[in-house]
Write a protein that binds this ligand. Structure first.
Ligand code: JB2
Length: 225
C-alpha cells in the first residue's frame, strides 16, 4: 500500500516512535524536520529512560494501549539492526492490531520521484534517493544517502544501510539487508532474507536466505530455497 508521508493540511499530528536508540533518534530528527507530525513519546524496551529532545522515553509496549486511548493514532517502528525480522514484524502487528496508522517517514532532504511509491511505515533517511518507477515496500529502511534507482523494487522490511546503491530494474526480496556502500548492479534480483556485506558489488542474482560479500560478491552462506 502506498501512503502519503504528508497528512492533510493543518496542525502536526501526534505520533509515537518505537525504539529509543540510534535509529529512533534519526527517525525523530527527520519527523521534526518534516513537521507533519510531532513526536509525543518514544517507547523503548526499558534500557533507556528519561527523555530525548524533551520527548519522554517510555518503557515497555504495554503503554501502547494507553497512548492509543489518549488519541495518538500514528506510530513508527524506529528500530534498525536489533529489530531486523521478527521483532519489527511483531511490533508492526501489535500496532496495527491496536488501530495505529503507520505512515512512512521521509526526511525533507530525501528525493522521492513523483511516480515512485513508498509503503506504510517505511523510512527514507537524509539524502536518500528513490528514482522514477521505484517501489519501496512497507517498513523498509532506506537509510542515509542510499539510492534506489529507477524501476527497482524493495521488498517489505528490507533495509538499505547508508550509501547502498540499488541500480535500475533490480528486485530486492523482503527482509533483506544491503550493507553500507554495497552496490547491486542493474537488473539483478536479490532473494528474500539475504544479507549483502558492506562495500560488496553484486553482479549476479542472489538466492533467498543467502549471505554474500566481496568485490565481486560471493556467497558465504547459501540458502536452500
Ligand atoms: O520489544 C521492544 C524492543 N526491543 C528493543 N519494544 C520496543 N518498543 N522497543 C524495543 N527495543 C528498543 O530498540 C531498545 O529499547 C532500543 O531503544 C532500540 C534498539 O536500539 P539500538 O541503538 O540498539 O539499535 P537501533 O536499532 O536504534 O540502531 C541500529 O540500527 C541502525 C539502523 C544501530 O546499530 C545503528 O547504528 C544503525 N544505524
Amino acid at each position: 500500500m502506498t501512503m502519503s508521508p504528508n497528512p492533510s493540511i493543518g496542525e502536526a499530528l501526534p505520533m509515537i516512535v518505537l525504539g529509543a536508540g540510534g535509529h529512533a533518534r534519526s527517525v525523530v530528527d527527520s519527523i521534526q524536520r518534516a513537521a507533519d507530525y510531532r513526536v509525543v513519546a518514544m517507547v523503548g524496551a526499558g534500557s533507556e529512560e528519561g527523555s530525548y529532545r524533551g520527548i519522554p522515553i517510555l518503557s515497555g509496549d504495554e503503554c501502547l494501549v494507553r497512548l492509543k486511548e489518549r488519541g495518538v493514532s500514528a506510530a513508527h517502528v524506529g528500530i534498525g539492526y536489533l529489530g531486523e525480522g521478527a521483532l519489527r514484524r511483531k511490533l508492526v502487528g501489535q500496532l496495527l492490531g491496536l488501530g495505529f496508522e503507520l505512515p512512512p517517514v521521509v526526511d525533507p532532504t530525501a528525493i522521492l520521484a513523483e511516480d515512485a511509491s513508498v509503503g506504510a511505515g517505511a523510512f527514507l533517511g537524509k539524502r536518500a534517493v528513490v528514482n522514477v518507477g521505484a517501489c519501496i515496500g512497507a517498513q523498509c529502511i532506506i537509510n542515509t544517502a542510499a539510492v534506489v534507482e529507477h524501476d527497482s523494487t524493495i521488498g517489505e522490511f528490507s533495509h538499505l544501510a547508508p550509501g547502498a546503491v540499488v541500480c535500475g530494474g533490480c528486485r530486492i526480496g523482503a527482509d533483506s539487508f544491503i550493507g553500507a556502500h554495497a552496490t547491486i548492479i542493474h537488473s539483478v534480483s536479490v532473494g528474500r532474507g539475504c544479507t549483502v556485506g558492506a562495500g560488496s558489488v553484486v553482479l549476479d542474482d542472489v538466492r533467498p536466505e543467502t549471505t554474500i560479500a566481496g568485490v565481486p560478491a560471493h556467497a558465504i552462506e547459501t540458502g536452500s530455497a
